[in-house]
Design a protein around this ligand. Sequence first.
Ligand SMILES: Cc1cc2nc3c(=O)[nH]c(=O)nc-3n(C[C@H](O)[C@H](O)[C@H](O)COP(=O)(O)OP(=O)(O)OC[C@H]3O[C@@H](n4cnc5c(N)ncnc54)[C@H](O)[C@@H]3O)c2cc1C
Length: 105
Amino acid sequence: MTTLAKQDFAVTTGTEGSVGLSGATLGGGFGFLTRWLGMACDSLVGAEVVVPSGTECAKVVRASLHENSDLLWALRGAGNGNYGVITSLTYKVAPLKSVTYLVAT
Ligand SMILES: Cc1cc2nc3c(=O)[nH]c(=O)nc-3n(C[C@H](O)[C@H](O)[C@H](O)COP(=O)(O)OP(=O)(O)OC[C@H]3O[C@@H](n4cnc5c(N)ncnc54)[C@H](O)[C@@H]3O)c2cc1C
């Protein structure tokens, strides 16, 4: 996300940096940008998923808006450990040059 910010782009993540991006996205992902961009899972447009295949094998499946779109839909908020091991996530990013953060005390 820091790399994205250097290019003036952003995507919703959680409110602090210790949480894994995959777990946060697959479980929904509520953050400071949610009112503007939706939750992290709303920006998820593609994933690579390793699923069981046969009795002792596994295979890689792609999920996107055009390929296995039902799987992509399922991963957007219900993907934490439910459908396979997600090895790659693809996001739609939004232009963002700066933010103002206020704390009212
Ligand atoms: C300190 C803290 C702050 C938080 N703040 C926020 C917040 O601001 N907004 C918010 O929305 N949530 C927040 N959360 C919740 C957080 O988004 C979830 O706990 C999320 O699941 C963490 O993801 P992880 O990858 O770090 O966790 P993990 O414990 O590694 O994974 C959680 C679950 O996701 C599964 N999983 C992880 N990676 C994959 C993968 N690649 N493929 C398949 N399954 C996978 C794991 O099997 C497990 O079931 C916070 C949690 C903590 C501890």
